[in-house]
Design a protein around this ligand. Structure first.
Ligand code: ADP
Ligand code: ZN
Ligand code: ZN
Length: 680
């Protein structure tokens, strides 16, 4: 009898390592999928490649229940990636490894899985994307050629491709992919959002008609997901395109990883195992000794600093293709307008004029307002009542379409009251403006104009987003109102004006990354205007702001990412914030805020006593921006260190202590550690 370490998901054994030993009559290679008995249940597991040392039951080792025959084992590099990710993000390796496999492979109710899989494998699923006729390959611009030449000299390591929107980054991805494919390797392309996959998928499929391309993201059916995963795992898929989860795809002959829009916050998983797919992609490249190409018009300050330090190869595309101009950025001072006129209309008169000109010329305008619904709050002028959510520290948003008051945090939705619930006043009024209201106001300001709205509400039904986007592309829309959903990626050919309606909020956020996110969003949004080179010269980006002198807007006027990045990095350096330090956030949740706080305080005491403590700073517990959601109070505590390895050593020593504390804090709903938190 041999003893084998198996990675299983054992939440009830959270305090112990996730590898358990089982016996087996024959040796099995690491990476083999198995089913093992655990207590009274039988659970899926993966044979691991380092000693376990834990026993499921104290008494005697139990035998494996089943081996999934026919499925080639996961590669050692895959196990190493998962080992690293679990260690770095402070998760159990079995929990993480199993959670990133297709659900079909880990169904606990399916004892026939092995047999079904052997069927599945024989069927050899066909290419997932029907290839359209091959598109002509453009001649490379000088910038693209230089970037590719630099990449060719980079057999491994990370390159940061910084190029304005429309500068031809995607073409660089395509050419780099072509080289990897020609060398018989697989290519993994990560994108931040599912919405953006079809567009990129179409470009890759058109360029590589003979290749098998599959997508991996959460909108796939379970059958599609396992099919695509298997194609990748068996090495039959040449190109794998997906969202953050795809960084864990099993790819036996991987040769290149591309991360498009590498700065995008969507690459960070915000629940459960809070990993950054961008950072893991870089690590995976390092592990498998292959090149990683990060692309963005507004790189994250973390990546930018690494490029400045020479740890990433920096590649730049300074010009739009065809020498197309970047849109002219115009700042509209709303504070002055209010002083002059006393009120602020939805669109300030010069902006309204500019939109009207677009309509007259048959061009399109995009108005961005990052707040959905009709008004963010209802208000009673008599008694000051406001439409608060009873379960959250947030206002309920007025949605006029179905006359509801909805909490965007817990989902509570109720009909709008006829009168003020407190004083009976019949005249309760919406305060402020959301996309629904802007759309309505535009109807009055621009009679006859064809106005459309795209936000999470207007696209709730399947197919709604596609049909709205189709209408915009077909020129059936004059003015598009939208949230940040439409600011990214879309190639609107008739759009010559983009306007951000009062985006100032982020300038005053307590989150030190808010300005970075706003700058990226506005640069992206600007990139939606003037994509057709013939119209680029007259394309404009307008910003209605009360702080036009703010350095962020001034850098935007110059399209100067470097100026913005350098000033932000100076501030971060002085304040000792990332990328000049490393952070982790300990979060705790309970019905009673005091319980969450007490847990964090006890955690801080336990941490302070550790040998690793001198290298880190533990900040006092504070509430997050929205402290109460769905009746649960949330508190958080920041852990900071100038040294990433020191932070990691501290967390590794601290976590067992936290598990140990848990039973003494009755009423604690849950706690979690977020390494490299993005939203603070
Ligand atoms: P980005 O990814 O930087 O936003 P794209 O790669 O989408 O830019 O390029 C913008 C447009 O220019 C696309 O329509 C693309 O087909 C076209 N394009 C890219 N490279 C070239 C080139 N070398 N010559 C001509 N057109 C190009
Ligand atoms: Zn009232
Ligand atoms: Zn709520």
């Amino acid at each position: 009898m041999l003893s084998l370490p198996v990675a299983v998901d054992t939440p009830q054994h959270a305090a112990i390592g996730a590898l358990l030993d089982y016996t087996c009559e024959h040796p099995l290679p690491p990476g083999t999928l198995v089913r093992v008995p655990l207590g009274k249940r039988e659970v899926p597991g993966i044979v691991w490649n380092r000693a376990g040392g834990q026993r499921a039951e104290a008494a005697q080792l139990r035998p494996l229940a089943e081996v999934l025959e026919g499925l080639p084992p996961l590669a050692p590099a895959w196990l190493a990636l998962l080992d690293f990710a679990a260690g770095y993000y402070q998760r159990q390796v079995g929990e993480l490894a199993l959670s990133v496999l297709p659900p079909e492979l880990r169904r606990t109710d399916d004892s026939q899985l092995g047999r079904r899989l052997t069927r599945l494998l024989r069927e050899a699923p066909a290419a997932a994307v029907a290839a359209p006729p091959a598109a002509a390959m453009p001649e490379l611009s000088a910038g693209q050629a230089a970037a590719l030449a630099a990449l060719a000299g980079l057999p491994a390591g990370t390159a940061l491709l910084h190029g304005v929107t429309g500068s031809g980054k995607t073409e660089v991805y395509l050419r780099a992919a072509e080289q990897a494919l020609a060398a018989g390797r697989q290519v993994l392309v990560l994108v931040p959002e599912i919405n953006l996959t079809p567009q990129l998928e179409a470009r890759f499929a058109a360029r590589f008609p003979g290749r098998t391309l599959v997508s991996l993201h959460s909108a796939l059916t379970p059958a599609q997901r396992i099919n695509h995963w298997l194609l990748a795992h068996l090495g039959r898929a040449d190109l794998v395109l997906g969202t953050r989860l795809a960084v864990f795809a099993s790819l036996p002959r991987l040769g290149l990883i591309v991360v498009d829009e590498e700065h995008d916050p969507s690459f960070k998983q915000q629940e459960g195992a809070r990993y950054s797919a961008r950072d893991l992609a870089v690590y995976r490249g390092h592990l498998e000794k292959l090149p990683v190409l990060l692309g963005s018009a507004t790189p994250s300050l973390e990546s930018w600093q690494r490029a400045l330090d020479g740890r990433y190869r920096r590649l730049g595309l300074a010009q739009r293709i065809g020498d197309g101009a970047m849109p002219r950025v115009r700042l509209l001072d709303t504070a002055r307008l209010v002083r002059q006129r006393g009120v602020l209309p939805a669109l300030a008169p010069p902006l309204l004029d500019a939109v009207q000109q677009r309509i007259a010329r048959g061009e399109q305008s995009l108005l961005l307002l990052n707040r959905r619904g009709y008004a963010p709050v209802l208000f009673c002028h008599d008694c000051q009542w406001k439409s608060g959510c009873p379960h959250c520290s947030a206002w309920r948003v007025f949605h006029k379409a179905d006359r509801s008051l909805r909490c965007h945090h817990c989902g509570l939705s109720e009909p709008v009251p006829r009168a003020c619930p407190d004083c009976g006043n019949l005249d309760i009024a919406p305060l402020g403006r959301g996309t629904e209201k802007l759309e309505e106001q535009l109807g009055a300001l621009l009679p006859g104009a064809r106005i459309a709205r795209i936000d999470a509400d207007s696209t709730r039904h399947k197919g709604a987003l596609e049909s709205s986007l189709h209408a915009v592309h077909e020129g059936e829309v004059d003015v598009l109102v939208g949230t940040q959903m439409v600011a990214k990626g879309h190639d609107f050919r008739r759009m010559t004006l983009v306007a951000a309606i009062n985006p100032d909020g982020a300038l005053f956020s307590s989150d030190f990354r808010a300005a970075e996110r706003l700058f990226a969003l506005l640069m992206q949004a600007a990139g939606r205007a003037g994509r057709d080179a013939a119209q680029a010269a007259r394309s404009e980006m307008w910003i209605q702001t009360a702080s036009p002198a703010h350095p962020l807007y001034q850098a935007l006027v110059q399209h100067d990412f470097e100026a913005f990045a350098n000033s932000q990095l100076d501030e971060r350096r002085r304040a000792g914030l990332p990328p000049f330090s490393s952070l982790a956030l300990l979060r705790a949740e309970a019905r009673e805020g005091a319980v969450a706080t007490a847990f964090l305080q006890a955690a801080a005491e336990a941490g302070a006593g550790l040998a690793e403590a001198p290298a880190v700073t533990l900040y006092p517990p504070v509430p997050p921006a929205v402290p109460r959601v769905a009746g649960i109070e949330r508190m958080q505590m920041l852990v900071e260190s100038a040294s990433r390895p020191a932070l990691q050593r501290f967390l590794t020593a601290w976590l067992p202590a936290l598990h140990g504390l848990r039973p003494r804090h009755k009423g604690l709903a849950r706690w979690a550690v977020d390494v490299d938190p993005l939203v603070i």
